[in-house]
Design a protein around this ligand. Structure first.
Ligand code: GAL
Ligand code: CA
Length: 339
């Protein structure tokens, strides 16, 4: 009798322990390539939040969409409860949606917006990201303000900005919009521009340094402003400029980027980077984690942190988008972004 009671109590204890410590849901994550500075901050935030809460496994898609599709197939075979995917190629969204819908696995896409799709048409597919147009506009506004306050920046005194543009991956809408909207914002401020050169450096610092060195040789003394689609490329350009004698003895070049990475904030403080735009890695990572965790545990998409909206950015509790805002960062306010 006594023995049976002890056994029964032990069993109850055992069962309750199991339910209290239920295994965290399995979630699969892919990053378009690990070797990307900004995405490594986003990944880090997701992995930090997931510790102890999700059984998260992360794959490096190595800038290869077919490879990413295989990784997703494997995650689906392992019966993950949700997927968090940073696509290599936004036109792959259709295939991914079909794959995951078939297995009824929720899909959270992040930082690479799916082509022309409106995700509201699909149950269980979401996007977390930022409106690239905004970041371009802010870059342009930083330059316009500087230009108006510094007449000496017009080296050839023709009233126009002679500029060079370092682009990210040209197939990436962030790259396209930042290129377009930065220049449009300068023009909207009533300033004329002349493009000396524009080329991709694939978001990459050493590639940008090389490109900038070549442009400085080709357009010696003519470049008045350097636009970069992200901070890594802005920092590459700054290296080339330093090697060409800039940032000492009063020789300055206005360089702007996007992301507000820690090394970019250091450059801002040192007076080499004129300005940047906060691309909120912590905010994007947190929203991606919240959505994926909530969907994986069957609680739906509504979370306290991730504010749902529609494709155009309007708040909508039934929306399938979470838009994380950009912020302009200059010497006036950079300190608040330092960690
Ligand atoms: C952008 C970011 C870039 C790069 C790119 C990759 O949002 O500003 O630095 O990470 O995403 O798609
Ligand atoms: Ca000029």
């Amino acid at each position: 009798m006594k023995k049976a009671l002890v056994l029964a109590i032990a069993l109850v204890l055992c069962l309750s322990t199991v339910s209290v410590f239920a295994a965290p849901p399995k979630v699969g994550m892919c990053i378009y390539k690990f070797d990307d500075t900004f995405m490594s901050y986003v990944r880090n935030q997701i992995e930090t939040l997931a510790k102890g809460n999700l059984d998260l496994s992360t794959q490096d898609s190595q800038f290869d969409q077919p490879k990413q599709n295989d990784q997703i197939d494997q995650f689906l075979t392992q019966k993950v409860k949700a997927l968090a995917i940073n696509m290599v190629d936004p036109s792959a969204a259709n295939v991914l949606i079909q794959k995951t819908a078939k297995k009824k696995v929720p899909l959270v896409l992040f930082n690479r917006e799916p082509g022309d799709l409106d995700l509201a048409k699909y149950p269980n597919v979401y996007y977390v990201g930022a409106k690239a147009q905004e970041s371009g506009t802010m870059e342009g506004q930083i330059v316009a303000k500087y230009w108006k306050a510094h007449p000496e920046a017009d080296l050839n005194k023709d009233g126009k900005i002679q500029y060079v543009m370092l682009m990210g991956d040209p197939s990436n809408s962030d790259a396209k919009y930042r290129t377009q909207y930065s220049i449009e914002a300068v023009q909207a401020a009533g300033i004329q521009v002349e493009k000396l050169a524009e080329d991709t450096a694939m978001w990459d610092r050493p590639k940008a340094q090389e490109k900038m060195a070549a442009w400085l040789a080709a357009y010696a003394g003519k470049v008045e402003v350097v636009f970069a689609n992200n901070d890594d490329m802005a920092l590459g350009a700054i290296e080339a400029l330093k090697a060409a004698g800039y940032f000492k003895g009063g020789k300055f070049m206005p360089v702007v980027g996007v992301d507000a990475t820690p090394p970019a904030l250091d450059a801002l403080e040192q007076g080499t980077l004129l300005g940047t735009v906060l691309n909120d890695a912590t905010g994007q990572g947190t929203a991606t984690y919240e959505l994926a965790a909530s969907l994986a545990s069957g609680k739906g998409a509504a979370t306290k942190v991730a504010k749902l909206a529609n494709k155009d950015g309007k708040a909508d509790p039934k929306g399938h988008y979470v838009w994380v805002p950009y912020q302009m960062v200059t010497l006036d306010n950079y300190k608040q972004f330092k960690k």
